[in-house]
Design a protein around this ligand. Structure first.
Ligand SMILES: Cc1cc2nc3c(=O)[nH]c(=O)nc-3n(C[C@H](O)[C@H](O)[C@H](O)COP(=O)(O)OP(=O)(O)OC[C@H]3O[C@@H](n4cnc5c(N)ncnc54)[C@H](O)[C@@H]3O)c2cc1C
Length: 461
């Protein structure tokens, strides 16, 4: 075994972990399925930098820090394997399997930092399966990778900082944004005021939030959205909506949905570590201690995969997990551990304190969180909300029972897109402190893999 630590994910958390490992003389192997490091926040940033430089321009300061992080990561003594999709992790994390250029490799791991990030909370709306509907994050990824925005008349719908950011980025790139429909309204700001004092400790975060709220594109806006359905025969033709201020219809060719982000727990669930329900963020997340260590020794989860706190916190948590591993390996003393960790742990506390404000302002209303009628909940298996409700009424009380009765969650997305909505449907008191049933079991492979690739796998013991 050549590595002291295997890091999964080269976003801010994974890169910071690798840089920290290298600075302490640990050998780190970093695996990421993308062609370049950066993660969601700094995706394709090196490419963008080269494009802008060729046009005689520079990156904005907020992006420059990502470029600097990637440079430090590339210059560190880290082995980085790009386009490496991790498809399995053994219980407790001592073995990792990944696919790289069509070949499968299984490697042992003494210590693991899983930093797989987050994904957008899927909220099934009527018509969300129509061509022309995509997530705001996917539209943003397309813009980051190609420099081109989505074509046609665009409506952005939902809530969260990323919705506002994408609206601004698309608009700046010349996209035809014709509407911004937000669930957020004055009542949400009012409900969030008790959290303002704690958030004031994160002045930069607050400033960024204010900029997002005040620098939205000059397009028709709807606030306090309570219901929406996407209309079209074989492609999006428009959105019908209802809000506290009335109802209406906007004609469009594309709808970009976004309702915040939730941790990507596929790997941590596959590794069998303990998870807990985060009531504030309405999602499952792995239970981690002050070092990001899960219930399995030397298996850390850093960054948004361990709880949504953003890129700055992701870097801090990545570094903390390595400090713990380095201390166990005898590379740093008790004293150095405390000295290096203290500012990181303080920073994480400060950022976590600001989170309650953000989560309260950007809140999905119950009318949209819980789908009904003919709304397709599971797009892979085409299972509707009515079918799930009927199965639940006939006694299917957990996700496993629902799966067996309706095939919800049995498709290629491995329940990533439907399980949150199905769970909300069968947990009537989810907004009143009622804990939902445990999430669906995750089984390998979590990425598509052929029998041939499995048979020819390179296994290192
Ligand atoms: C779609 C989307 C867009 C976002 N855009 C922004 C933005 O513009 N600005 C902003 O401030 N914040 C944005 N965020 C929030 C951002 O994710 C966090 O602030 C921050 O990037 C979290 O860092 P991380 O390292 O935890 O995860 P990420 O940056 O998400 O990095 C996770 C990495 O893990 C890799 N990975 C995941 N699973 C596997 C696997 N099985 N095998 C191999 N590799 C794997 C991914 O390819 C990715 O590179 C976005 C979030 C999402 C979901």
């Amino acid at each position: 075994m050549n590595n002291d630590v295997v890091v999964i994910g080269a976003g801010p958390a994974g890169m910071a972990a690798a840089i920290q490992a290298s600075s302490l003389g640990l050998k780190a192997l970093v695996l990421d399925e993308q062609p370049a490091p950066g993660g969601q926040r700094f995706r394709a940033i090196e490419q963008r930098y080269r494009r802008l430089r060729a046009a005689g321009k520079g990156l904005p300061a907020s992006e420059q820090k990502g470029l600097d992080l990637i440079r430090r990561f590339r210059e560190s003594d880290t082995r980085f394997v790009d386009q490496a999709s991790v498809w399995d992790i053994s219980p407790g994390g001592r073995q990792i399997s990944y696919l790289h250029h069509g070949r499968s490799f299984t490697i042992p791991a003494n210590a693991v930092v899983a930093a797989p990030g987050a994904y957008e909370r899927p909220v099934p709306l009527e018509g969300w399966h129509l061509p022309g509907v995509m997530s705001a994050g996917a539209a943003q990824t397309m813009l980051k990778m190609s420099g081109h925005p989505v074509k046609g008349r665009i409506v952005l719908l939902g809530c969260g900082p990323l919705l506002l950011l994408t609206a601004r980025q698309l608009s700046n790139a010349g996209a035809n944004v014709v509407g911004l429909l937000q669930t957020t309204g004055p009542a949400d700001f009012l409900r969030a005021t008790p959290y303002l004092p704690a958030a004031l400790r994160s002045a930069t975060l607050l400033k960024q939030g204010l900029q997002l709220l005040t620098q939205t594109p000059l397009v028709p806006k709807v606030f306090s959205l309570t219901q929406a359905s996407i209309i079209g025969a074989d492609h999006v033709e428009g959105v019908n909506y209802r809000s506290r201020g009335g109802s209406g219809f906007i004609e469009c060719d594309a709808v970009l949905l976004h309702f915040g982000v939730i941790p990507n727990t596929q790997l941590s669930r596959l590794a069998g570590v303990a998870h807990d329900w985060n009531e504030q963020q309405e999602c499952w997340q792995p239970v981690v201690d002050a070092w990001q260590e899960t219930s399995a020794e030397n298996l850390m989860v850093a960054g948004d995969g361990g709880g949504i706190l953003g890129d700055e916190a992701a870097e801090m948590s990545g570094r903390l997990s390595i400090l713990r591993i380095a201390h166990r390996l005898g590379r740093i003393s008790d004293q150095s551990l405390s000295k290096l960790a203290a500012p990181l742990q303080r920073g994480l506390k400060r950022l976590a304190a600001a989170r309650a404000l953000i989560d309260t302002i950007f809140h999905t209303p119950e009318t949209m969180l819980i789908p009904s009628g003919d709304t397709v909940v599971c797009r892979c298996e085409e299972v509707t909300a009515a079918e799930i409700a009927a199965a639940n009424a006939s006694g299917a009380s957990g996700l496993r029972h629902l799966k067996v009765q309706t095939r919800v969650g049995m498709g290629p997305c491995r329940a990533q897109m439907c399980s949150m909505a199905a769970m909300a449907m069968i947990t009537p008191g989810i907004r009143c402190g009622q804990r939902p049933p445990p999430p669906a079991t995750v089984r390998a492979p979590i990425r598509p893999l052929t029998i041939g690739q499995l048979a020819e796998a390179d296994v290192e013991i």
